[in-house]
Design a protein around this ligand. Sequence first.
Ligand code: ATP
Ligand code: MG
Length: 391
Amino acid sequence: MSERPVGERLTFHADRDTLEVDLSGMAFHTAAATEAFYDDVDARVGESGSRWYFLVNYEDCEISPEAWAAFAERGKRANISYGLGTVRFGVNVNVRESIRSHAQSEQFRANLFESRDAAVLALADMRKRHLTTGATSAESFLKVEDVLLRFGGVTALENVGFSVHPGEVFSIIGPNGAGKTSMLNVVSGFYRPTSGRILFEGQDRTHLKTFEVARLGFARTFQNIALFRGMSTLDNIMTGRLLKMKYDFLTDALYWGPVRKEEIRHREFVERIIDFLEIQAIRRTPVGRLPYGLQKRVELARALAMEPKVLLLDEPTAGMNLEEKEDMARFVLDVNDQFGTTVLLIEHDMGVVMDISNHVVVLDHGVKIAEGTPDEVRNDPVVIRAYLGQG
Ligand SMILES: Nc1ncnc2c1ncn2[C@@H]1O[C@H](COP(=O)(O)OP(=O)(O)OP(=O)(O)O)[C@@H](O)[C@H]1O
Ligand SMILES: [Mg+2]
C-alpha cells in the first residue's frame, strides 16, 4: 500500500459537492488492507456530514483478485451511505473489465472516462441534471396530459397523464394490450390523441407530425425491429444521421468541399457510437444476418445517431436471453449517463429494466393503475393482480 496518508488522497470541493479521491499508484492486495483504507475514508467523510459526488482517479491503481470483493462491497456501501454519483478516470484495462462486470451484475453505473477533464465535465452534467430534477422542471420538459386515444370502438388509452424529468430513465410497463405502444406512438407523433395534450419544453406539440417531433429531439426504436436488412450495420446507422445532414445531392455537385467535410463529421460521430455500443466487429455485416440481440443494438445505435434529447424504446429487451437483456440494460444506463439522454422505455416484463428506471408508470387496459419507484410498483397489489390476471 502506498505511503501517502489517506487524508492527502481526499480533496473536498465543497462548492461543487465533489470529493476527489486519488487512488493513483495504490495497490489493493488484500481484503484487510482494502477494509482498512475504506475505514479511514468512511471516518473522514463521516466527519463532513454531507453527501458527495465522487471523482476517482485510478491511474496506476492495482486491485488484486483477492481484494476485489471487499473493494466492490465497500465502494458500494460508501455510495449508498454518502454518495451522490461516481465518475472514474485513468482506469487501466484490467481494472476496467472488473468494474464493468461488477457494474453489470449489480446494476450500477460504470462511468469510465479517458481523462480527468472528461470526468469533471460528466460530473458537472450529472450534478446539473440532479439540481434541475424537480417538479417544476418536469412541467417544462415532457408532460403527457390526460391523453385519450380511441380506435373506433376500442379505447387504447383512457385519460393517461405523467411527467418525465430531464435526464431520467422513465419506464412504462403493463401486460399485453395495455396501451404501451400506443402511448409511445402518441409521444412520437405517430398517433394523434383523441383528446389530451403532449407538452415538450413548455410548448404544446400535440399536433406535430412524426418528422417534426423527431426534429425536436425524439428518436425511437420499434417493438418489431425496423432496419434495412440488406444494408450493413454502418449504413443503417448512417440513416439515423439523415435528419442532421444539411446538403443534398444538388449542393453536392456544387460544393463538393463542404459536403465532404460534413460527411466526415457525420462518419466520425457514427464511429463514436459504434465504439460506444461495442459493435465494431459487425460494422460491415448486413444486419439481416445478425442475431436478434445485435440487431436490437444496431437499432439503438441508429436512434443515437440522431443525437436525441429523448430516446423512446419499445421493448428493447423483448425476445432476448438474460445475458443479452443485461447487456442492453447496461447500454441504456451508459447512454443515459454519458450523453445525458432522457429515456422513455416500454417493457412488458418487470425484469432487468425495472432496476435501471428512476420512475415507473403501469398501464392496464389503457388505464394508469400505478406509478412510483420500481420498488413501490413491484410491491403494489394492484399491479401484481394486473399481471396475474393475464391469460
Ligand atoms: N392501429 C390500431 N387500430 C386499432 N386498434 C389498435 C391500434 N393500435 C392499437 N390498438 C389496440 O389498442 C390496445 C392497446 O394496444 P398496444 O399495442 O398499445 O398495447 P401494448 O401494451 O403495446 O401491448 P403489447 O404488450 O402486446 O405490445 C389493444 O387493444 C390494441 O388492439
Ligand atoms: Mg406494444
